[in-house]
Design a protein around this ligand. Structure first.
Ligand SMILES: *[C@@H]1O[C@H](CO)[C@@H](O)[C@H](O)[C@H]1NC(C)=O
Ligand SMILES: *[C@@H]1O[C@H](CO)[C@@H](O)[C@H](O)[C@H]1NC(C)=O
Ligand SMILES: *[C@@H]1O[C@H](CO)[C@@H](O)[C@H](O)[C@H]1NC(C)=O
Ligand SMILES: *[C@@H]1O[C@H](CO)[C@@H](O)[C@H](O)[C@H]1NC(C)=O
Length: 422
């Protein structure tokens, strides 16, 4: 199981280094802190509520778990997954974009930048209290939308075991209906007040569902259904399933990540093979590393802070080209020097040596009052060293005396030669 999670994190690949995103990410922080104080406030509120209250609510839902209909729960999760995937792969920023033709659709790369100023109140209300209430509320709301999962061409084709060749007419008919519903959903956006409210609803729902995924909510491990589609009727490039290399419901949380979260390690809409991720300049580990060393990991545990998820502050891990002394820092998107002195990975003798951090390494230097002794190769207190030096001096004196004695003898023996040196 642990292996599975690791595999997923490996698949869950990202981009913080790529110029534009890195730049915007700094921009976002500025926007967030400078102009929308609201974000800070509500994230603080959320933090307090979640940290203290989540364990209780999870326990409560688990203890009343006998009443949960597991099939209904799974169906609900699949419905929510479908509708949020549709947002992730096909939606644009309804707050700022005026022309839907030219608008960028990039929510497979990041959560909206800048983030929502305020969460959708109703999603917030239910999703904050517990996972079960969140799922029940979201699924109930989705019963009123025009573009439902069960009417999507891909899903119908799977359920009916239709093949393109033998069921062309039926598929085309279903797809026409599907496209009509999509259009309706896009313009009227029932049961929401309009596309803008739906936008806020879906972004908020994605924040929460992604957060529950990062927290490894067990119910989200499997969808028990293929989920590798863009939730946008039949895709004529890929067919009902796109076989994206990053998603396979056999792996824990694979469908949940694919449906609810952007992928910071591999911000591509489609990846046929994992190599597409590794060798994409959008992979944050691409730039500093050579082929074969571009693995990017985004661990679920390291990305489970709700307020940071909203701000796209993803933590990814890359290999650093300098093997030792450097480590990847996803906050800055670069390999940075490890401070061995702070991280306590140095081997300086605490009593007599201080640690001095250097780029890529460190050095041990003698404490104040201690002096490096070349002979014994250690730091000695100046007093000990003076005593030692004195001792050594005496030793040398004796040797000198011995020497002088020898010299004398030498001089006596070779007095003629010696006399010239006098
Ligand atoms: C990102 O910022 C750097 C330094 O400020 C700048 O040179 C670069 O052109 C920027 N990239 C983009 C895509 O804006
Ligand atoms: C848990 O949440 C409830 C309602 O949201 C609140 O009244 C209560 O004080 C919270 N408990 C803790 C320990 O914060
Ligand atoms: C949107 O952009 C496209 C392409 O630039 C243009 O043809 C179209 O007229 C624009 N629509 C509106 C409503 O501005
Ligand atoms: C990333 O790591 C930092 C430092 O440990 C942490 O504060 C932050 O919450 C993490 N980001 C996410 C999305 O959890």
């Amino acid at each position: 199981m642990i292996n599975n999670i690791n595999t997923i994190t490996l698949l869950f690949i990202s981009c913080i280094l790529c110029d534009n995103i890195f730049n915007t990410s700094i921009g976002t922080e500025e926007i967030t802190y400078a102009s929308s104080k609201g974000i800070q406030d509500f994230s603080q509120i959320l933090k307090e509520k979640f940290v203290t209250n989540n364990s209780e609510t999870t326990a409560a839902s688990a203890s009343s778990g006998t009443e949960v209909d597991i099939d209904e729960l799974r169906e609900n999760i699949r419905d929510i997954g479908y509708y949020l995937r549709s947002h992730k792969f096909n939606e644009y920023d309804r707050r700022y974009e005026t022309n839907s033709t030219t608008a960028e659709r990039i929510y497979f790369k990041t959560f909206p930048r800048p983030p929502l100023r305020s969460l959708h109140w109703e999603v917030h209300k239910y999703c904050e209290s517990s996972f079960m209430e969140c799922v029940n509320y979201l699924a109930k709301k989705l019963r009123g939308v025009a573009a439902r999962r069960t009417d999507d061409t891909s899903i119908v084709m799977m359920k009916q075991h239709w093949k393109w060749k033998t069921n062309t007419a039926q598929i085309e008919q279903v797809d026409e209906e599907c496209k009509k519903n999509k259009k309706l959903d896009d313009h009227i956006a029932d049961p929401f007040e309009g596309p803008l409210e739906r936008y806020q609803w879906r972004v908020t729902a994605s924040y929460f569902m992604c957060w529950y995924t990062m927290k490894k909510t067990p119910e989200l491990k499997r969808f028990h259904e293929k989920c590798d589609n863009f939730a946008n009727c039949l895709d004529y490039n890929y067919g009902p399933y796109n076989d994206d290399a990053r998603v396979d419901d056999l792996f824990d949380f694979s469908c949940a990540l694919y449906s609810f979260c952007p992928n910071p390690c591999c911000p591509l809409k489609y990846a046929n093979m994992m190599n597409d991720c590794l060798n994409s300049p959008e992979n944050p580990c691409y730039r500093q590393n050579n082929v074969g060393q571009r693995a990017c990991e985004a661990d679920l545990e390291q990305n489970s802070e709700f307020s940071d998820i909203i701000l796209n502050r993803w933590n990814v891990t890359c290999r650093c080209p300098q093997r030792r002394g450097y480590e990847w820092n996803s906050r800055y998107g670069i390999c940075i020097d490890v401070d061995e002195c702070v991280s306590k990975t140095h081997n300086c003798k605490p009593k007599v040596e201080s640690c001095l951090n250097l780029p890529g390494s460190f050095r041990c230097i003698c404490h104040w009052g201690y002096i490096w002794d070349e002979d014994s190769r250690e730091c000695l207190s100046s007093m000990a060293l003076s005593a030692l030096k004195l001792k050594r001096k005496e030793k040398t004196k004796i040797e000198m005396m011995k020497l002088t004695l020898w010299e004398k003898i030498k001089n006596i023996i070779f007095w003629r030669k010696g006399s010239s040196s006098n």
